[in-house]
Ligand binder design. Structure first.
Ligand SMILES: COc1ccc2c(ccc[n+]2C(=O)c2ccc(S(N)(=O)=O)cc2)c1
Ligand SMILES: [Zn+2]
Length: 260
């Protein structure tokens, strides 16, 4: 049963598209080999300022669940770190596994976490729209935060409580006040490298900022992610699990660290 499960899973419609981008030289996710990362003393601290009232809604896009924000002004932005410009928050979402042994997209010294949070920002200083920024090398900045099994996470619970309402693909509910900074560890340490989106269109437009410290969530909270469905209401149910892309080759890239 297990192998057919994995086989069926491996043929999941999402990955029938080419797993690699022809000529891709900066694909994501990657394994972060701690000892190969290079401390860069010129990296600035990342400055995060989110306005919780810019939160709009939660929706199930058939791949993950996304919390989307009003990105028509500079009310929720990040600046500093490895970034040349200020980037606007557009959405955040997660990737997770069917079991706690895997689920994150990035790994650290080949270790998977059970889940990974992505906060997606775009360079509205240089590009007029998100869609254009998605196509440019310095268009996007994604903060990655690892989730590990541990204590109950108060801030995440408000999100978890809303998940049953977006169980099916294309379901959406209003979610009008949420401050995603409660999901970001206070420890300032991060790794950064030049990469790509990890789902189609897989464009090589992302400056990745991966927080060194994970946040802790409890088993019930991870299980709540796993009760979501890839499928629409009325279709044969497929649980939304293992929505992470396989690791990609590092090729000619260096991962920098903001810490020694
Ligand atoms: C131009 O057409 C697009 C553009 C972007 C699309 C997308 C479909 C899904 C996700 N996106 C995303 O924005 C997207 C995809 C992946 C990620 S990730 N997992 O953080 O790399 C973030 C954001 C289609
Ligand atoms: Zn993602």
């Amino acid at each position: 049963a297990c192998c057919s499960y994995r086989l069926r899973d491996a043929l999941h419609p999402l990955w029938q598209s080419p797993l690699t981008i022809p000529g891709g030289t900066r694909q994501s996710p990657i394994n972060i080999q701690w000892r190969d990362s290079v401390y860069d003393p010129f990296l600035k601290p990342l400055k995060i300022s989110y306005d919780p009232t810019t939160c709009l809604h939660i929706w199930n896009n058939g791949y993950s669940f996304l919390v989307e924000f009003d990105d028509s002004t500079d009310r929720s932005v990040i600046v500093g770190g490895p970034l040349e410009n200020q980037y606007r928050l557009k959405q955040f979402h997660f990737h997770w596994g069917a079991i706690n042994e895997w689920g994150s997209e990035h790994t650290v010294d080949s270790k998977f976490y059970p889940a990974e949070l992505h906060l997606v920002h775009w360079n509205a200083v240089v590009y007029p729209t998100f869609e254009e920024a998605v196509m440019e090398g310095n268009g996007l900045a994604v903060i990655g935060v690892f989730l590990k099994l541990g204590a109950h996470h108060e801030g995440l619970q408000t999100l978890v409580d809303a998940l049953p309402a977006v169980k099916h693909k294309d379901a959406v509910i209003e979610f009008d006040v949420f401050d995603p900074s409660c999901l970001i560890p206070s420890c300032p340490d991060y790794w950064t490298y030049a990469g790509s989106l990890t789902t189609p269109p897989l464009t090589e437009s992302v400056t990745w900022i991966i927080k060194k410290k994970p946040i802790e969530v409890d088993e019930n909270q991870l299980e709540a992610f796993r009760m979501l469905l890839f499928t629409s209401d009325g279709e044969e149910e497929k649980r939304m699990v293992d929505n992470f892309r396989p690791l990609q080759p590092l090729m000619n890239r260096t991962v920098r660290s903001s810490f020694q």
